[in-house]
Design a protein around this ligand. Structure first.
Ligand code: SF4
Length: 315
């Protein structure tokens, strides 16, 4: 007899509108120009998605100079510094920008602040491609990066009365609120977005995990180790009291020993993890347990982003 277990399935979970659009852009590029098409950086941070597109003829590289000039190149959903499209243009390459519109919105915000003579403080994770892309919208030194509330005290600014703040879109909502409070305490005239720049998908998935945490003894988040929003979901689970919160890329990574004696498990997926991986995990549970699946829906998402014009004019 299999032991009984209830799997509480978070909704919303998995693919967001920005990821969906970026994946479609690669697929449509392959249709339009044939293989190979080049993609600068993983189109979204998910190995399964990248491998699937690679099997169809997408070639993933880290830098533009790894792409031949006579093949199209796509920029990933995370966004790129301004120098990247400028270089593609200089080399006369066809390029398609798959930057999520919500990341582009932050780019525009940064530019607008800079035009108003404000120096920008970005809250984000050093080295993340989105942060590199956003900081690269302006000349070096115009955007200062901080990661935690503790960084605020040591921040050296040009003029404390001429500052604005922006954020990475995939941060922890709660941690970011702390950093913003520390910034506002030190720089009272600081200008910023209403609340933060964290996107709807990140916000909704974190809120769903908080509700889920009230019901469960363990949480599994399907996502890649380099996926910022997926890692934040694990932290949100732990902070909400779910000590056994694990990130797994595939069902094969589940640590079944850690679930010994547990009967209520929560399951969610980061914004770059496709639903097929959720199904795979559910099936792995079904193999081992007398399984009940319960949906915990905390919001409905209806957001969709249009693909670039270059594909819409094709018909
Ligand atoms: S997680 Fe948010 S910012 Fe990132 S691609 Fe999805 S919608 Fe866009």
């Amino acid at each position: 007899m299999k032991p009984a277990l209830t799997l509480y399935l978070a909704a919303p979970r998995g693919f967001c509108a920005g990821v969906d659009r970026a994946v479609k852009i690669v697929e449509m590029s392959l249709e339009k120009w044939g293989a190979p098409v080049y993609v600068r950086h993983e189109i979204v941070h998910n190995k399964f998605v990248v491998d699937t597109l690679a099997a169809k003829g997408a070639v993933f590289v880290e830098e533009l100079d790894e792409c031949p000039v006579d093949r199209p190149v796509i920029f990933s959903a995370h966004g790129v510094p301004k120098t990247v499209p400028a270089e593609a243009e200089r080399r006369n390459m066809i390029y398609v920008d798959a930057t999520c519109p919500l990341v582009s919105k932050v780019h525009l915000e940064a530019e607008r602040h800079a035009e108003e003579g404000l120096q920008i403080i970005m809250i984000g994770h050093r080295g993340h491609p989105e942060v590199i892309g956003t900081m690269g919208q302006l000349p070096e030194g115009e955007v200062l990066l901080i990661e935690t509330a503790a960084d605020v005290a040591t921040l050296e600014v040009r003029d404390p009365d001429k500052l604005a703040w922006i954020t990475q879109t995939t941060l922890s909502v709660d941690d970011t609120a702390e950093v913003v409070a520390a910034l506002q305490a030190r720089f009272p005239s600081l200008v910023g977005p209403g609340k933060d720049d964290i996107c709807y998908a990140t916000t909704n998935r974190q809120a769903a995990v908080k509700i889920l945490a009230e019901k469960i003894e363990a949480l599994l988040v399907i996502g890649a180790p380099n996926s910022s929003n997926s890692k934040r979901l694990v932290e949100v689970g732990r902070n909400a009291g779910c000590a056994v919160s694990h990130l797994v890329e595939r069902a094969s990574e589940i640590k079944w020993d850690a679930l010994e004696g547990i009967t209520r498990v929560g399951l969610t997926a980061g914004a770059s993890a496709p639903e097929v991986l959720v199904d795979e995990v559910i099936e792995a549970f079904r193999d081992r347990y007398d399984l009940t699946v319960e949906l915990v829906e905390t919001a409905k998402e209806r957001i969709e982003f249009k693909t670039p014009r270059i594909f819409r004019h094709d018909t």
